[in-house]
Design a binder for this molecule. Structure first.
Ligand SMILES: [Zn+2]
Length: 61
C-alpha cells in the first residue's frame, strides 16, 4: 500500500497516510479540520549515509 505525503496549507500540519489506489485523497486537515490539505510530491527524502560525501578534488581556486 503506497504512502502519501500531505501538508495542510492552513496550519502547516505535515503527515503521511497509507492509502490504496482506490481511496480518495485526503482534503481535510486532521489538525485544524480545514479543507486545505494538499498532496506533497516533491518531498522524496534523500539520505546521504556515512561520511563518504566529502569533496576532495581541490575545488578551492
Ligand atoms: Zn491544518
Amino acid at each position: 500500500m503506497p504512502t502519501y505525503h500531505y501538508r495542510c496549507k492552513n496550519c502547516g500540519y505535515d503527515f503521511t497516510e497509507q492509502q490504496s489506489f482506490t481511496d480518495d485523497p485526503i482534503t481535510v486537515c486532521p489538525e485544524c479540520h480545514e479543507e486545505q490539505v494538499r498532496k506533497v510530491y516533491s518531498a522524496v527524502p534523500i539520505e546521504f549515509k556515512g561520511s563518504g560525501f566529502y569533496r576532495t578534488d581541490g575545488a578551492k581556486k
